[in-house]
Design a protein around this ligand. Structure first.
Ligand code: NIG
Ligand code: FE
Length: 408
């Protein structure tokens, strides 16, 4: 692979330092270089500096013109549900007319309607769907994505979902406890089935397990049973918690040493304090809160209390049909009262930390993966500033140009 030089950039920005996760004031610290270059070699960042310091390079070098562009670390989406077929546009219209997400779920729609479509699709169609969703994310500047199963809920479709995420280059999470499918009488009977019949193979393919701990899904006792069994098979733990109600997800996540608890729209002050004092990262999903018309999570309080906070899209067909981390950064700045710098740290370093990869991705610094997101803007803060704009104009992944810079 030839070296890749992105030259004459307006700005190169990266979260400062080397530590992870970034908490409190450290989440705001950036390294910013103006009139700058980024040199990639062998899939890694070799150097970042000002154009005036750039020495002549030997060997084969591919050059990209960075005039008028800013370079950021490739964005990291640590919470997505890309393994689904069909859509929920009909329910979306019903919700616009006043139906609630929880009512649709209780009436057998919601997650279970996507389960029906995903089971019917077959593995080839599912694999193509994950690739299509991956390409949408890449176009919006995401160079690393986690992808959950959870729309199969039978052995064959759950395993096919994990294979599809992996073959599309994603990091698979087994969301075996997303809902109870109709062929099982209740959540406990369903857990008997998945833990006996799906977990052994899912554990060999996934990196983490996830559970939807919520009224109408799985309660804290059931979530504990599922997560402990998954932990015993070597999986890291994640939880969907405090989306609609505070149902004990934070306490359980802390007790089990989970990597993250995600959503937190319903979290109150005690939950904020508990999370801040723990090693569990809070993953905030403001696109989902917006899409469902829910309260925003207490991001400012979490960061100020010293919690590790990440941002993600929650891309899925029901609660967040949104693959754009730049849009999530806009929501972070306008709705969560996070600064653009805090938003950037939350969807790079801290998201990489949730995926146990913060030593390799999330920063533009020598030795890190050569994953670079290029903004067509004179100032990197356009990432959050341009609400819904096509601010990402180019993407480099692993030192290769995945999306050549185009017009803004
Ligand atoms: O993270 N809350 C549970 N799971 C997804 C939504 C799934 C769906 O509606 O299809 C979420 O919001
Ligand atoms: Fe989710």
């Amino acid at each position: 692979m030839p070296k890749l030089l992105v030259r004459d950039l307006a700005q190169v920005v990266s979260p400062a330092g080397r530590e992870a996760p970034l908490r409190g004031g450290a989440l705001r610290e950036l390294d910013l270089v103006e009139r700058a270059y980024v040199l990639c070699d062998g899939g890694s960042i070799a150097a970042v500096g000002t154009m005036s310091e750039l020495e002549p390079l030997d060997g084969e070098v591919l050059e990209l013109d960075g005039r008028g562009l800013c370079a950021l670390p490739g964005l990291v989406d640590c919470h997505t549900h890309p393994a689904f077929a069909g859509d929920r546009v009909h329910e979306f219209s019903l919700r616009a007319g006043g139906a609630s997400y929880e009512e649709l779920h209780a009436a057998g729609g919601g997650i279970l309607s996507t389960v029906r479509a995903t089971r019917a699709a077959g593995e080839d169609e599912l694999t193509l769907a994950v690739v299509r969703h991956r390409d949408w994310m890449l176009r919006a500047g995401t160079t690393t994505f986690e992808g959950k199963s959870g729309y199969g809920l039978d052995r064959e479709t759950e395993l096919a979902s994990l294979r599809a995420v992996r073959s599309a280059g994603g990091i698979p999470t087994w969301l075996g406890a997303h809902a109870t499918p109709p062929e099982h009488d209740d959540p406990d009977a369903y857990l008997d089935f998945v833990l006996a019949e799906v977990l052994p193979e899912a554990a060999a393919m996934a990196e983490a397990a996830d559970v939807f701990l919520e009224r109408g899904a799985f309660d804290a006792t059931q979530a504990r049973r599922y997560l402990e069994a998954c932990r015993d098979r070597g999986l890291a733990l994640r939880l969907h918690g405090d989306q609609f109600t505070e149902s004990g997800a934070i306490q359980l996540a802390i007790e089990l040493g989970a990597r993250s608890v995600d959503h937190l729209e319903a979290t109150g002050p005690a939950g904020v304090a508990a999370l801040a004092a723990s090693g569990v990262t809070g993953v905030l999903l403001p696109a989902s809160a917006l899409f469902l018309g829910r309260p925003m999570p207490p991001a400012r309080a979490l960061v100020d209390a010293g919690a590790a906070v990440a941002l993600a899209t929650d891309f899925n067909p029901g609660s967040a049909f949104c693959e754009s981390l730049p849009l999530v950064c806009s929501l972070a700045a306008t709705q969560l009262r996070l600064s653009p710098a805090e938003a950037l740290g939350a969807c790079t370093v801290n998201a990489a930390y949730v995926l146990a990869r913060a030593d390799r991705i999330g920063r533009l610094a020598p030795g890190f993966a050569a994953d670079v997101t290029l903004l067509g803007a004179p100032d990197w803060r356009y990432l959050a500033y341009h609400l819904g704009g096509e601010v990402v104009v180019g993407v480099v992944r692993g030192g290769a140009v995945s999306r050549p810079p185009g017009a803004y």
